[in-house]
Design a protein. Structure first.
Length: 154
């Protein structure tokens, strides 16, 4: 008998506070692909801890943006050669545009984290770095944070 590492679908539903339909949709859209164990018509579906965190991050983002925009962000990160996990990204929403705060604490406080536009209603300017003075407001309790961006007076 082998040890299964991960969480069953039922456990995942409880940990993510989401619905079975949402899990199925995330899999169809290839955002979260669980492992299937067994060759029967009803295999055991297993999610990793990282996938649990990712589902929670997507659920949190969905409070502010559409799933289509979430998919656009993941697509941008993939095409740009970045890790496409959302759970460890600091994303901000301003006027229906989503920005990613890239943090490199090596030179902090001399250099503030840089900001990259990753999605927007018009699709224009995606991938462009935004060089502005920023203030990050964050909550440690959420895996994906809602942040605020303030531009310095010109």
């Amino acid at each position: 008998m082998s040890l299964i590492e991960g969480f069953t679908r039922t456990e995942t539903l409880a940990l993510t506070e989401t619905t079975s339909n949402r899990l199925q949709y995330l899999e169809i859209k290839e955002l979260i692909i669980p492992q299937r164990i067994g060759k029967s018509r009803k295999p055991t579906v297993i999610y990793t801890w990282e996938q649990i965190l990712e589902i929670r991050a997507i659920k949190h983002l969905r409070q502010e943006i559409s799933l289509q925009t979430v998919r656009k962000i993941v697509e941008f990160l993939n095409k740009s050669g970045f890790d496409d996990n959302l759970r460890d990204k600091q994303l901000i929403l301003i006027d229906n545009e989503v920005f990613w705060i890239q943090q490199d604490w090596q030179d902090f406080p001399e250099k503030l984290p840089s900001t990259v536009k990753v999605a927007g209603r018009s699709g224009k300017g995606v991938g462009i770095r935004v060089d502005k003075n920023i203030t990050i407001l964050t909550s440690r309790s959420e895996p994906c944070m809602k942040l605020s961006l303030h531009t310095a007076p010109q």
